[in-house]
Design a protein around this ligand. Sequence first.
Ligand code: PLP
Length: 243
Amino acid sequence: MRSLFEARAAKIAALIVEPLVQCAAGMAMHDASYIAGLRALCDQYGVHLITDEIAVGCGRTGTFFACEQAGIWPDFLCLSKGISGGYLPLSIVLSRDEIFDAFYHDDTARGFLHSHSYTGNPLACRAALATLDLFASDNVLAANAHKSAKLRSALAPLEEHAHVRNLRQCGTIFAFDAVIENAQDARTFSRRFFENALQRELLLRPIATTVYLMPPYILDDEELALLASRTRETFDATLAEVH
Ligand SMILES: *Cc1c(COP(=O)(O)O)cnc(C)c1O
């Protein structure tokens, strides 16, 4: 990233990153110091930093914002999904006052008047406020830390599994890579795993051969144990089909 900035920073307006866990890339996890390093680079080269916390925000990685773990703030922060507890669609872009002010003007010819039809939808905002109330009243972050420790120990036997590589965790995101030698089997793995999981009342959708769990925060200890044991059963059942 530094060499990219050195070569092209004058032509880069902003850097977008999904902090701590790059989810769609296969639950690729990086150290928080990487985000702190990106912030320093953006500051040095005058590039805005945008963090997409749609998946990793709202407590998913252990802190409310993933960026908190890097001790930095971005210039723009995107939220959705967890902010309304998944009950209603809402997306939010948080920004700094000086950026907001740059777009704001009393003269309509100079103001940036772009918006979306349902911007600030009151029902969706109410769902988000109710979610934030729960974070405040129920100490969701502490409860999640307890739950992720439970799930981690219930998944631990996978570490010894001959066909499991890189069992990893960030907050309540868990992932591992399935070792499937045959290329054709690797291509059908996700579909087979999904179907085997459904038969066990789990909705799990691996990204290629990366199996991941992002459980809802409401699961209790018993449900977490069930999730772990059935994930292991699903994996073995899927391997049995391809080996
Ligand atoms: C789901 C998701 C999106 C897409 O958000 P939409 O509001 O559906 O456009 C973008 N980024 C990340 C990281 C996501 O998880």
